[in-house]
Write a new protein. Structure first.
Length: 239
């Protein structure tokens, strides 16, 4: 199989962003007079649901007993999530969340070798832009042929929708591509789209079920190992 494209998940894969999301949710809750506080242990449970808006609704339905929902609950959640996104993009813009080891090198090596790159994420386009402007520079979008984010598909991961969207945008078949994910939801999504998937874990996902993954790595600090596992023949390029 000649790999024509690499499709990257974002949160947890390109960077360890979930605690940044978690703290941004908490800032939005506090600003809106809500005594909700998502600590690491609770957030670990809430990550079962992808999408920030969907995660807030999951928290209200499954973890709060006596919350008096406002009449326009959808509008309430959308507003809360928009405030959270503002806090998150501000925090990311301060440069405190670097790309994970090996990610920048892989992206530049693969792009230089003519491999098509794409993004398939549940998070918002604003969050992707904030992270990659810092991590890859202001022209980061030039590196990617497709940028599949958040609400552009009706069903978020573990549904395969976002991966189907990216495949169509690239005009490639699932068998032409590999995906890089960090979570069980992400892996189920890419596998359901028929894409061979490699996993790098993090502290939220290391105990997830990665059945079906082509290989699981702690991270990409040993790119040679990743290249051997994938069959990618990419040389070492200067940073
Ligand atoms: C991970 C997610 C996102 C983030 C929060 O996305 O599930 O919902 O946790 O970001 P990925 P939003 O597919 O990149 O792993 O609040 O913008 O959804
Ligand atoms: Mg992820």
């Amino acid at each position: 199989m000649t790999i024509k494209a690499i499709i990257f998940d974002v949160d947890g894969t390109l960077a360890d962003t979930e605690d940044g999301h978690r703290m941004s949710f908490n800032k939005a809750f506090a600003e809106n007079g809500l005594d909700w506080n998502w600590d690491v242990a609770l957030y670990d449970k809430l990550l079962k649901v992808t999408g920030g808006k969907e995660r807030i609704k999951y928290f209200v339905s499954d973890f709060l007993q006596d919350f008096d929902k406002p009449a326009d609950f959808d509008g309430f959640v959308k507003n809360l999530h928009a405030i959270k996104t503002q806090h998150y993009t501000t925090m990311i813009g301060e440069g405190n969340v670097p790309l994970r080891p090996g990610v920048k090198q892989l992206i530049h090596d693969a792009h230089a070798a003519g491999i098509t790159l794409a993004i398939a994420t549940t998070t918002t386009p604003e969050n992707v832009t904030a992270l990659l402007e810092v991590g890859l520079g202001k022209d980061w979008a030039d590196l990617f042929a497709a940028n599949g984010c958040g609400d552009i598909v009706p069903h978020k991961k573990p549904a395969p929708d976002i991966y189907f969207w990216v495949l169509e945008k690239m005009g490639l078949a699932a068998t032409d591509c590999i995906a890089l994910e960090d979570s069980e939801n992400g892996l189920r999504s890419s596998l359901a789209a028929g894409i061979k998937t490699y996993v790098t874990t993090n502290h939220y996902t290391r105990n997830h079920d990665f059945t079906g993954a082509a290989a699981v790595f702690d991270d990409l600090s040993n790119l040679e190992q990743f290249y051997q596992a994938t069959g990618l023949t990419l040389g070492k390029l200067p940073d």
